[in-house]
Write a protein of this length. Structure first.
Length: 226
């Protein structure tokens, strides 16, 4: 598989089969992804891998709190800036609309939407999950380094026939994460990453998100002039 093919094939998968991920393969993938570039080569990513009993115990703990907090607890950081503006506001809105439409949940079905959103907190049923953190003292440049690492993980996963979904929504459960796992106080949870094999039968996975027209974000007049 070429890099171009992996980039084109990668998508966020929100339903997984029960097939387990080989632990040695998963570790290899996570280690190989660290070939990512990072400013000053500081490699600021920190990872906690959840599989088997540890993952089930963690899931059960979150499940126990979901009735009280159906949309999660207080997030540790703003996933989006408050009062998101255009064009980002519309893009975000459309993404949500398209996702719910793909699984036949109409706009007025608030309970259905809540239930689908709540699947985030089950890692969408994935057999493996990674929690990704970063030293709290790091700033935007290092957060972007973590993003590059994550992209490598997701592309290497595609190459191995695995599927992923990055999940910022886990910031809403940071308290449970810190209570349950041995994460040093100076590390902040950035996101979760569900990993497993795509459930090809599930309608949510048949949907592909679209992209803004390149003219909205690239000024390539010099290229076009040539
Ligand atoms: C850092 C990051 C966090 C994300 N968090 C979530 C999440 O919490 N829940 C979710 O369903 N999708 C999440 N996504 C997936 C995005 O919605 C998705 O990448 C976007 O809609 C584009 O679709 P694609 O990944 O299928 O190409 C996240 C993506 C990124 C990069």
């Amino acid at each position: 598989m070429s890099v171009s093919e992996a980039v084109a094939a990668r998508k966020s998968v929100r339903a997984f089969t029960s097939q387990q991920v080989d632990p040695a393969d998963l570790r290899r993938l996570l280690v190989d992804a660290a070939q990512a570039a990072s400013g000053g080569n500081v490699q600021p990513w920190r990872l906690w891998v959840l599989t088997g009993e540890v993952l089930e115990t963690f899931r059960a703990k979150v499940r126990g709190l979901r009735e009280e907090f159906p949309m999660g607890q207080e997030p540790e950081y703003d996933v989006y800036p408050p009062d998101l503006w255009e064009p980002y506001r519309s893009r975000r809105f459309k993404n949500g609309q398209d996702l719910y439409a793909a699984i036949g949940i109409p706009r007025e079905d608030k309970a259905g939407r809540r239930a689908q959103f709540g699947n985030n907190f089950d890692f969408f049923g994935a057999p493996a999950a990674v929690l990704v953190g970063i030293d709290r003292r790091m700033g935007p440049p290092q957060w972007s380094d973590v993003g590059m690492y994550l992209q490598n993980v997701m592309l290497l996963a595609v190459e191995r026939g695995l599927a992923t979904c990055p999940q910022e929504t886990w910031t809403s459960w940071h308290k449970v994460v810190y209570e349950t796992l041995d994460i040093p106080e100076d590390v902040m949870l950035f996101c979760g990453l569900a990993i497993g094999y795509e459930d090809l039968e599930h309608p949510i996975n048949t949907w592909r998100s679209d992209r803004a027209d390149p003219s909205e974000w690239i000024d390539d007049a010099t290229l076009r002039a040539q």
